[in-house]
Design a protein around this ligand. Structure first.
Ligand SMILES: [Mg+2]
Length: 392
């Protein structure tokens, strides 16, 4: 079998707000081989992804991603890994978005191959069993501590045993104001639930500013402190990890290849590594990082802030690892991200989630949603049409 067709769609909600919510638009990718199709989502700005897919060849190491994908054989998992290596070799130089664009293609290829073989992706990766994960509701801080408290109480009533607050005003005012938000979150969710805090890289490389937040995090019993610094500021992560007695650091969502995540584990002192399959180069890279984390006693957690298609793809790489028990579970999805799949990964009566035991990613795409939210795009260079939005 060969990859006969690749379709890329730019989908968006009518009005995009300047908030830390990546579910407002989407670069959705469909791959087809014969009568089988697979779907994936790339976690980058959609138009830039389209450009890196179809851009004219610039020089060696700067080929459009499509050149390494179309008409390639797709019969075994080794074919996907081979295509991934080709993209790296052909597009790494000056085409940095290619890692992110290819993430969506790679996910779609696993979905496609799983459907061809009638196997869930996690089983094709070699896992015997898929373990349930404890989902943490992932939400943005409120504007004021009172708003944060209200959000926290609401989530707690919805039955989540773990909640993460992030972004919004955190790190933009004083350490005392941030402490008020953290304690408001703790009172809202109650003393039994796990509380996680995401600083959204707000401290840059400023170890002192981040360290000033530690006492409040410790007294509120926070399980992990996520992304205090820029993704590759490994030295700052390492220093803060040595200052933090109880709260472990988390990071890794900014990794767009496995080595960034390996370095964060080896040199950043993190206790949790968070990986987005739609950003890191796809499912196989997230699987490699999960295996590495397991060998280094670091907990792997998916990073997901968009559709259940991406949630399923980000879970596949570690569902077979029983001790890695947490999962990020977006609860404030845009209408686009919630409507794009017909089925959803829902929290069961025990408060856990599981990936579908179905071929591929086990998610059904709603083609009416693609039609409803798609925005027409054309890429024309020197009068030659390189890309136009395909039909659904
Ligand atoms: Mg984050």
């Amino acid at each position: 079998l060969k990859i006969d067709e690749v379709k890329v769609f730019y989908l968006k909600v009518p009005k995009i707000l300047d908030i830390g919510d990546g579910s407002q638009d989407m670069c959705l990718i469909q791959v087809r081989s014969g009568e089988h199709v697979g779907w994936g989502e790339a976690e980058g700005s959609p138009i830039t992804c389209i450009a890196s897919m179809y851009t004219p060849f610039s020089h060696s190491g700067c080929h459009p991603v499509i050149d390494s994908v179309l008409r390639m054989p797709i019969n075994a998992t080794s074919d996907i890994i081979h295509i991934s290596e080709l993209v790296r070799k052909n597009s790494f130089y000056g085409l940095l978005q290619s890692d992110i664009t290819f993430s969506g293609v790679e996910i779609a290829l696993w979905d496609l191959l799983g459907k061809i073989k009638g196997e869930p992706v996690w089983r094709m990766l070699g896992y015997k069993k898929s373990y349930p994960k404890l989902p943490y509701a992932s939400v943005l801080f409120g504007e004021t501590p009172a708003d944060t408290f209200d959000k926290a109480s609401k989530i707690s009533k919805n039955g989540f045993a773990a909640v993460k607050f992030g972004w919004g005003p955190y790190g933009r005012g004083t350490a005392a104001e941030d402490g008020d938000h953290v304690h408001a979150a703790r009172s809202g969710i109650g003393s039994d639930a796990h509380l996680l805090i995401d600083a959204g890289t707000v401290f840059g490389e400023d170890v002192d500013a981040a360290a000033a937040r530690l006492p409040a995090l410790e007294s509120a019993g926070v399980l992990f402190f996520e992304e205090p610094f820029k993704a590759t500021a490994f030295g700052a992560y390492d220093k803060l990890s040595k200052l933090s007695k109880k709260v472990r650091l988390a990071g890794g969502e900014g990794s767009h290849n496995p080595h960034q995540a390996f370095n964060l584990i080896d040199y950043g002192g993190v206790g949790f590594v968070q990986i987005d399959a739609g950003y890191v180069g796809g499912i196989h890279n997230s699987y490699r990082i999960a295996q590495y984390a397991e060998s280094k006693n670091v907990q792997f957690v998916n990073h997901t802030f968009t559709s259940n298609l991406t949630l399923s793809s980000s879970l596949q790489g570690y569902v077979g690892l029983e001790n890695h028990w947490l999962s990020e579970y977006p609860t404030e999805l845009s209408s686009l991200a919630s409507e794009i799949t017909i089925n959803h990964i829902v929290v069961n009566s025990d408060g856990y989630i599981q990936v579908p035991d179905a071929p591929g990613l086990g998610m059904q795409i709603n083609e009416d949603t693609v039609r409803k939210y798609k925005v027409d795009v054309e890429l024309t260079v020197g009068g030659k049409l390189l890309y136009e939005t395909p039909s659904v």
